[in-house]
Write a protein that binds this ligand. Structure first.
Ligand SMILES: [Fe+2]
Length: 356
């Protein structure tokens, strides 16, 4: 049986049997010193989504071409012109730190992550983000049901250790929700599909806002070979990640197997496609490997790092089918819960998968 410490030396191929889309890339889960290469040339494209939100038909098509081209090439793009108030992100950054540092471990463990539907939701202690590998991150996943969105009454104290912060994170998920259909319509337009094909599935759909707190690294952790966050692909349609203020995010360029360091300006949103999107797009939009590395400057490893990506899902009972406008489907239809939990059992153990 694999132990977590084996995971420090593992590659993604050791877990490839769990994947539900084709992945030909091979990479070490942790950063390995010495033999890794970095791509200093590749520029992940910045796309102005304001052209879709406020433009005419031609503007919307131009944006769709740009975004679709970026995701097809690398699975990542940077969104500007989205209209989300950057002050929300500044506040959130401070609140994430407080959620993890003001509460005791006992208080946090009351919310320990459990699967509900497709998604493991709640608190993930440090080094327990997955069974595969000891990541140096604490995480907290809040899905739609953790927010007081006025659809059904929610007792926010059942989900939030500091309930006073729910409203400010709710403003962020509301703002990002308004971007879900514009992004999906753009990608469908790019593929030549009916742009409204996912209108129903993505109206009031499920999402997971994940708060990540990477504490200051001790020398022992630094030397252990553990990563801040192991290399992985996102299990979702796409992810909105407000540009973090600390460096660390790296994206794997499958064409040359070099890592791209991605640190776009504050206020922008990093968008990447995930496994659901790769599946329904018949591999046109890849679910691209990324990870969080330690700061290059050892002096900065003593500082915490914060991020708060929001993963966009379809509800667990929806089917994931290759889009009807794409010929020669490589994959049969599959229920979202089966697809999702079959993949996440690589993180949480074989018993995690739900057969639909
Ligand atoms: Fe990710």
């Amino acid at each position: 049986m694999q132990t977590k410490e084996d995971g420090i030396h593992a590659t993604n191929r050791d877990f490839i049997r769990y994947d539900q889309v084709e992945k030909q890339q091979t990479y070490h889960l942790a950063e390995s010193t010495g033999d890794e290469q970095f791509d200093e040339e590749f520029r992940i494209r910045t796309c102005d989504i304001g052209r879709f939100l406020h433009g005419n038909d031609a503007d919307r098509r131009a944006f769709a071409e740009e975004l679709g081209g970026a995701l097809r090439e690398i699975g990542f793009a940077v969104l500007e012109g989205h209209g989300v108030d950057p002050a929300l992100y500044d506040d959130a950054e401070a609140h994430v730190s407080e959620v993890f540092t003001r509460c005791s471990l006992d208080e946090k463990m009351r919310f320990r992550a459990q699967r509900h539907g497709s998604v493991n939701q709640g608190y993930f202690p440090i080094k327990e983000t997955s069974n595969m590998h000891p990541d140096l991150v604490e995480g907290w996943v809040f899905c739609r049901r953790a927010f007081d969105l006025e659809e059904t009454p929610v007792r926010v104290e059942d989900f939030w250790p500091l309930p006073e912060y729910e409203p400010s994170f709710r403003r962020i998920v509301r703002a990002h929700e308004a971007l879900i259909l514009p992004v999906m319509q753009s990608l469908l337009l790019y593929l030549g599909c009916d742009p409204h094909l996912y209108a129903r599935k993505l109206t009031a759909t499920n999402f997971g806002l994940r708060l990540n707190y990477y504490p200051p690294m001790s020398r022992e952790d630094d030397e252990s070979g553990a990563a801040r966050l192991l290399g992985h692909e996102d299990i979702d349609l796409f992810t909105f990640l407000p540009a973090p203020s600390s460096e660390g995010l790296q994206v794997l360029n499958r064409r040359n197997m070099k890592w791209i360091r991605l640190s776009p300006p504050r206020g922008t949103i990093i968008l990447n496609s995930g496994d659901y999107m790769q599946r329904i797009s018949n591999d046109i939009f890849p679910s691209t490997t990324h990870r969080v590395s330690k700061p290059r400057d050892p002096a900065r490893r003593g500082q915490p790092r914060v991020s708060f990506p929001m993963a966009v899902y379809v509800w667990e009972n929806e089917m994931l089918e290759v889009l009807p406008c794409i010929p020669d489907a490589k994959y049969p239809p599959i229920k979202a819960i089966e697809f999702h939990t079959s993949i996440t059992s690589k993180f949480y153990g074989d018993g995690y998968a739900v057969k639909a």
